[in-house]
Ligand binder design. Sequence first.
Ligand code: ATP
Ligand code: FE2
Length: 328
Amino acid sequence: MKLALGIESTAHSFGIGIVSFKGEILANEKEVFTTKHGGMIPSAVAEHHEKVKDKVLKQALKKAKITMQDISLISFSQGPGLSPCLIIGMNFAKQLAEKYNIPLIGINHCIAHLTIGDLMCKTKDPVYLYVSGVNTQIIAFAGGKFRIFGETLDLGLGNALDKFAREVGLGFPGGPKIEKLAKEGKYIELPYSVKGMDVSFSGIITKAIKLFKENKKLEDICFSIQETFFAMLAEVSERAIAHTDKNELLLIGGVAANKRLCKMLELMCKDRKASFKAVSLDYAGDQGAMIAWQGILEYNAGRKENLKIVDIKPYERTDDVMVNWKTI
Ligand code: ATP
Ligand code: FE2
């Protein structure tokens, strides 16, 4: 069985996945940087990745019951991400590639999120709704590239939910707590903010915090935030499906855990006679298997990298990448 190893290190997670060229996941190990106070200081996260990298590799090889000699391809996240963290992943990938004489390629982290979703959900050419902490984007393949049809103009969906939760003392991560409280809530009108194919969340959060200070029931506010945000996303996703003439919607990113979001998107898709799928949580967040799988796709399409000149690409956008591995 031909195997690829993928290294993820764009942000808080250092992950190593081992995937067969047929798309079976043999291992997907990771260590996540956490901190009690404050955010992520890039140098501290990089230090964390440097410290855990050998351990994560060992765990992954053990899980897959193989040695480095069984690996035919190594890929790593070239970007976008925090430079000090990307460098740790790349240097580790280079060291392993040189030591064991294995071909190496660098790949785009955001595109890997899309293609692992396709592998897991067996989608061919969906509209992707990508909702994580940081990201909120509506993406579809058109004219040889993954194009961003719409996105948030301010906060990512997860961060918007987390911000409200923090302000009202629910703690972190806020998304799951808001989902739970919303089950007992009733609708209070909130502003609705769709601009063309883009959405914005921060004004709605400001209004929601104001309602909380006016002693409105927290359950009602949580319910109303969810209904409003998710309706906005269902609207732009529906328009993207109509414009691109596609018949599948794939939900990816950590907020895919939210059952109410899934339900609303499912209903919208049913109305349009489109299919709806959501990626399972093991493959929604950052991990190495998606990097390995994207490596396989590009390697099979003829991508080669010169180990001496390969570098990180901290600012590479999804639509910077020319897609030559997709046949639809
Ligand atoms: P990336 O770097 O890939 O953008 P990320 O760290 O920003 O990843 P994810 O790990 O994909 O984000 O997702 C985390 C977010 O998902 C958090 O903001 C969290 O509140 C949110 N979330 C998790 N579960 C739920 C849920 N059940 N409902 C709503 N939001 C949720
Ligand atoms: Fe990510």
